[in-house]
Design a binder for this molecule. Structure first.
Ligand code: ZN
Length: 369
């Protein structure tokens, strides 16, 4: 493989530095015979979408092979080189056979109760006493994560309600931990959170129903949060379509109205926050820059918001940043990507496993290949 040299402002530090790529690895010391790939610009470790469904079709249902490969390409071209797949109804392991496509950390399939999630996506557990066994099954199907549906509309109640009893959750999460998997859960409302947090869960998706009490529980137990604000933006549409359930619709509107304040309080209290778009289904792929911008609206600094989609999220998922010997997964931008989605959403070059996998139409003073 070729050897490359890059110079630019390397984030998170932001200082001008030199990096080399030796085969598929980063080197912080010169590599003989390296060709200079860029002499200016901003360099970040590969971006992370920590909640992204490669395998759920836009508009709903499972995606076919060509479609899910196209989803992975879309993410890659935006610089997303590491994906936490928060549940897929179809097998997307074919992505692993393509060295030019992002790395995926999988969560198996969503686990739900019958009629308590989007039809066709989850495995349904008829009797909740079987939840621990299903959790172990999905842990083995994934790459270290399990995805529970924590709450959903209960049509007999007419509002969001938890899917699981507290004691079943404790057993299920303990079972996942025993086989080395972490557990996360989809949660929109307030009521499901105490049981999940008490049961030892590792992460919460969405988290719009967090309160001062449940935020304190997350801080105390160091439980991460992936808000998916670009998905929460669709809550008003969900409410509009729920005309038969006025209490639920009002609840969703209220959660939406205070979304930034909720996430801001969690952030200020010290909850670790990571960026996820929830692409697939109702959100198009390739929107990580929009989610980072949303996180700044929820009070994260531009530096911390990008960190939530990059250098902070990578170690959380077991991957390295641009240190010596790390895999050469990096993104080059013409300007500081912390300046906003116009820059962050349009990388000039994407390098994965040491190879240039995507380039913008390069102008005269852009980095050269
Ligand atoms: Zn999702």
């Amino acid at each position: 493989m070729a050897a490359w040299h890059l110079r630019g402002n390397v984030l998170p530090d932001g200082e001008v530095a030199d990096l080399w790529i030796d085969g598929d690895r980063i080197s912080t010391s010169p590599v003989a015979g390296a060709t200079t790939l860029c002499e200016s610009g901003w360099i970040t470790p590969g971006l992370v979408d920590a909640h992204c469904h490669v395998g759920i079709r836009f508009g709903g249902g499972g995606e076919d092979v060509d479609g899910l490969l196209a989803q992975a390409e879309t993410e890659r071209d935006r610089g997303v080189l590491l994906i936490r797949d928060a549940g897929s109804p179809v097998d997307n392991r074919i992505v692993d056979q393509r060295r030019d496509l992002p790395r995926i950390v999988r969560a198996g399939r969503h686990i739900a109760a019958p009629k308590r999630y989007i039809r066709g996506l989850p495995v349904d557990v008829d009797d909740e006493r079987d939840l621990p066994a299903e959790v172990v099954r999905q842990a083995h199907a994934g790459d270290g994560w399990v995805k529970l549906v924590g709450d959903w509309i209960d049509r007999s109640v007419g509002d969001l309600a938890p899917l699981w009893s507290d004691d079943v959750l404790a057993d299920a999460i303990a079972a996942a931990h025993e086989v080395g998997a972490r557990v996360t859960a989809h949660v929109f409302g307030e009521a499901a959170l105490p049981g999940l947090l008490d049961a030892g869960i590792d992460c919460i998706e969405h988290g719009t129903g967090l309160t001062e009490e449940t935020i304190a529980m997350m801080v105390e137990r160091d439980i991460a949060l992936v808000p998916t604000l670009v998905n929460i933006a669709t809550f008003l549409d969900i409410a509009d379509s729920a005309t038969r359930f006025p209490v639920y619709a009002a609840h969703m509107r209220d959660l939406h109205r205070r979304r930034y304040a909720t996430i801001a309080t969690a952030h200020e209290s010290g909850v670790r926050i990571y960026a996820g778009t929830d692409a697939g289904g109702s959100i198009r792929h390739g929107r990580i820059a929009d989610e980072v911008a949303e996180l700044t609206r929820a009070g994260l600094s531009p530096h911390d918001a990008l960190g939530a989609a990059c250098w902070n999220a990578r170690p959380w998922l077991g991957h390295r940043n641009l240190d010596d010997g790390a895999p050469a997964d990096l993104v080059i931008f013409p300007d500081d990507p912390r300046s906003g989605p116009a820059v962050l959403g349009a990388p000039s070059m994407v390098i994965l496993r040491g190879s240039v996998v995507s380039t913008q139409d390069l102008g005269a003073d852009s980095p050269r290949i």
